[in-house]
Unconditional design. Structure first.
Lengths: 89, 89
DNA sequence: TCTAAACATTTAAAAGTTTGAATGTTTTTC
DNA sequence: GAAAAACATTCAAACTTTTAAATGTTTAGA
């Protein structure tokens, strides 16, 4: 994982709503954008935007299932991030 | 470590210059603001600002030594962060 | 096929961040 | 004490992010 990827991943985490989404995914395993809308209370376009940041960062994987977008944690990416950060210790 | 602390810590990391500072601290052990100025090429007020973000996040500890500000990694805080993130796995 | 549901995109306003010039404070050195 | 070095603070400009309204696209179901 290079510096740019770390910057993007930590940036993705550094927001109240996005961290909440990651925690919900960690707990539930899978969610759709609509679930995220209910979770956060944000507007649909705003949820789309936050989810895009998360997927662009690599921390979340999205697959289209009919008209739903199924989201799940990318545990490998998260593990790479913690490995990088532990490397600073 | 609560969510707010994670948001602040990851936000602190999510910048090119601040990540560079963290890496330099990890490597060298200790630096002053002047060292950071040389490292980054940023102006002195801008360095002051970035260093403040890092210390406010808890990831960096600063102690005033005469007219110099000695910076070092707060390894415990960094460890708490990685522990939190691993908790999502 | 018509309707509705789920999500994406465009746009624009509001809020927040980054940057350096100017200036202030404290500490060291001469 | 005067000069300089190290850092902090204030300020304003430039830039980025966040947000939702409006609208577009695709898919599912009647």
């Amino acid at each position: 994982m290079d510096n740019r990827a770390v910057e993007k991943a930590t940036n993705a985490i550094s927001d109240k709503y996005r961290l909440g989404i990651l925690q919900a995914l960690a707990q539930k395993g899978c969610m759709t954008n609509t679930d995220v809308q209910e979770l956060t209370g944000l507007s649909q376009p705003c949820v789309s935007h936050h989810v895009k940041l998360l997927t662009d960062s690599g921390l979340v994987e999205a697959r289209k299932e009919g008209r739903n977008l199924h989201l799940r944690l990318n545990k490998e990416a998260l593990h790479e991030l913690t490995t990088f950060l532990n490397g600073l210790l």
